[in-house]
Ligand binder design. Structure first.
Ligand code: IPM
Ligand code: MG
Length: 357
């Protein structure tokens, strides 16, 4: 029996609700003779914890997390704490501290879900987000606070090592998909240093992947292409901020932010990787039991894949698709179901599915 150690951090807003739902379906999969078991430890780190203790991650916290095979993360962000404090207090120290430089964001319209596009079924993308540097490097400062001469800088940092490894990761992933097509997203027309280097290194790496078709698109132009010609895209590689923006657009075009998953990967596996739904805290629906757990289920499937539990990962995606097709939808998808209804439907499907292994 394979054992996987999972650190669960529900954190803020609807995070704990969707993580609880995610753990329910994971348990259903493990019980369904998946050949594996999960050893889950819950970490209470959140904005409420911060307000009480003065920190999100206690001393030695990252060391403890290091012993896990994966981190299952809900959402961070609270109305009581400035966003940049919560983000830099919890999620970024994990992502950067564990060198989770490859952020993978698939997007497609699940069965039974309505895209705002008439040709939404053409969406089948994976956005690869550089997740360790660029515009989120944390390099900047403020001086002369409050004075008319006040200055604030936010320096995007691109390193050859950082750029090369994300492009290589994107090529490796593109190579495994049927279309074998990778789009370089850039802004090297206006940003003539880091972005030009970003492009140059892409084409250097491309030489090692003659089987992958490439093209290049400016980040502003790629938004129109996503809307007007979704079929013309497959895998996209973009900087930290560019991909952040594109992935929200991708989620909306796929029908809802409530279904979009993410993996923050340390591909070398020197550290645990972190899996989280994209949607964030969602204060407006927190505590109402109506959060869409589908993003978390899809995320859980990515986590299983990463842990080597391919059969269970596939069963989970089949269950998710069967449930979205049967219109058991939460309000963000126009339905009346709540989190528990969707979770139960997915667990029932898993329970009735053919044995996995
Ligand atoms: C995301 C989110 C975060 C980001 C926020 C919460 C800072 O939007 O994961 O896409 O920008 O990285
Ligand atoms: Mg975002």
């Amino acid at each position: 029996m394979r054992t996987h150690k999972i650190a669960a951090i529900g954190a803020d807003g609807i995070g704990p609700e969707v993580i609880a739902a995610g753990l329910e379906v994971l348990t259903a999969l493990a019980n369904k003779d998946g050949g594996f078991r999960l050893e889950v430890e819950h970490f209470p780190w959140s904005s409420a914890y911060y307000l009480e203790h003065g920190h999100y991650i206690p001393e030695g916290g990252l060391e403890r997390l290091k012993q896990f095979d994966a981190i299952f993360f809900g959402a961070v962000g609270s109305q009581q704490v400035p966003d940049h404090v919560s983000l830099w207090g919890l999620r970024l120290p994990i992502a950067q501290g564990f060198d989770q430089y490859a952020n993978v964001r698939p997007a497609r319209v699940l069965p039974g879900v309505k895209s705002p596009l008439t040709n939404g079924e053409d969406i089948d993308w994976v956005i690869i987000r550089e997740n360790s540097e660029g515009e989120y490097s944390g390099n900047g400062g403020r001086a002369h606070r409050g004075l008319p001469i006040e200055v604030g800088t936010e320096v995007a940092v691109f390193t050859r090592a950082g750029v090369e490894r994300i492009h290589r990761f994107a090529f490796e992933l593109a190579r495994k998909r049927p279309a074998k097509h990778l789009t370089l997203v850039t802004k090297s027309n206006a940003q003539r240093f880091g972005m030009v280097m970003w492009d140059e290194i892409f084409y250097e790496v491309a030489r090692d992947y003659p089987d992958v078709r490439t093209d290049r698109e400016l980040v502003d132009a790629v938004t129109t292409r996503m809307v007007l010609k979704p079929k013309s895209l497959d895998v996209l590689v973009a900087t930290n901020l560019h991909a952040d923006i594109l992935s929200d657009l991708a989620a909306a075009l796929s029908g809802s932010l409530g279904i979009a998953p993410t993996a923050n990967l340390n591909p070398e596996r020197q550290f645990p990787s972190m899996f989280e739904p994209i949607h964030g805290s969602a204060f407006d629906i927190t505590g109402k039991g109506v959060a869409n757990p589908i993003a978390t289920f899809w995320t859980a499937s990515m986590m299983l894949e990463h842990l080597g539990e391919t059969a269970a990962a596939q069963t989970l995606m089949r269950a998710v698709e069967a449930v979205t097709a049967s219109k058991v939808h939460t309000p963000d998808l126009g339905g009346k179901a709540n989190t528990a209804d969707v979770t139960r439907a997915v667990c029932d499907y898993i329970g009735n599915a053919a044995p996995q292994a």
